[in-house]
Ligand binder design. Structure first.
Ligand code: ADP
Ligand code: ADP
Length: 229
């Protein structure tokens, strides 16, 4: 479930400057596709369009064959889980922040044992006092801890689609590796769109798309791209 399809997508924030110039690619259900490329290429814009923060000027974006223009943003948010680069937490407890966004539909879902263990693991890894408020005078969380909260929140929502938008790029190398391992577990068997800066962080993706100036410059598996370059 959750197959994504971009077909000849054109988009500009401002008519005078096209950002995406005819982008077509699919993320088959349960697979992982990574979009890499230089900063400013339009990578994050792709994820914003999928979420309908903005509407495209031409082309189509579908989820399971349905044009997302016919879907409300609310229902899109119930099928898409996003782990952003910088997680902004509510001025409340870690537990509250993890539970936030859990829909009534996902409340009744049975979570896979591995996922429940994963959530427990994230919570355990947080510092003492995670039931006190996160914030200026409350609990101080590191970047890695905040990302764990964001991932735990996303797992609990159990969305069929995951967007990982530079989810580890704000972290130091050791923390990045830890969070990457957690994300690999989370994205297994889920339709996943990864937005990344470096090819080395998306080795396991089923397909890698190299975006340059709003166009697909290259695509293939990690091995195929390395061979050609
Ligand atoms: P990437 O994720 O590849 O770094 P983005 O998709 O964030 O690139 O941005 C692509 C281009 O769109 C950049 O030139 C950026 O300045 C521009 N851009 C991003 N967001 C907006 C916005 N809200 N309004 C106008 N221009 C924007
Ligand atoms: P949740 O689904 O957990 O309730 P929200 O629906 O409020 O979360 O937001 C989904 C995610 O989208 C959040 O992680 C938020 O940081 C991110 N987000 C919000 N605005 C933008 C934007 N303009 N571009 C990219 N990501 C955004």
């Amino acid at each position: 479930k959750g197959a994504i399809s971009f077909k000849d997508v054109h988009f500009a924030y401002d008519q005078a400057r096209p950002i995406l110039k005819g982008i077509s690619f699919d993320v088959p259900a349960g697979k992982t596709v990574a979009v890499v490329g230089p900063s400013g290429a339009g990578k994050s814009t792709l994820s914003r369009l999928l979420y309908r923060f903005y509407d495209i000027q031409s082309g189509t974006i579908t989820i399971d064959g349905q044009d997302i223009r016919t879907v409300t943003q609310k229902s899109l948010r119930s099928v898409i889980g996003m782990v952003p680069q910088d997680t902004v937490l509510f001025n409340d407890t870690v537990a509250y922040n993890i539970r936030y966004g859990r829909t009534s539909a996902s409340d009744s879902e049975v979570f896979a044992a591995a996922e429940v263990a994963q959530i427990a693991h994230f919570i355990e890894a947080l510092p003492e006092g995670f039931d006190t408020k996160v914030g200026e005078r409350g609990l101080k969380l590191s970047g890695g801890e905040k990302q764990r909260v964001a991932i735990a929140r996303t797992i609990l929502k159990a969305p069929p689609i995951l967007i990982l938008d530079e989810a580890t790029s704000a972290l130091d190398t050791t923390t990045e590796r830890e969070i990457q391992t957690a994300l690999d577990v989370v994205s297994k068997n889920r339709t996943t769109l990864v937005i990344a800066h470096r090819l080395s962080t998306v080795i396991g993706a089923d397909e890698i798309i190299v975006l340059k100036s709003g166009e697909i410059a290259e695509r293939g598996t990690h091995a195929a791209l390395l061979e050609r370059n």
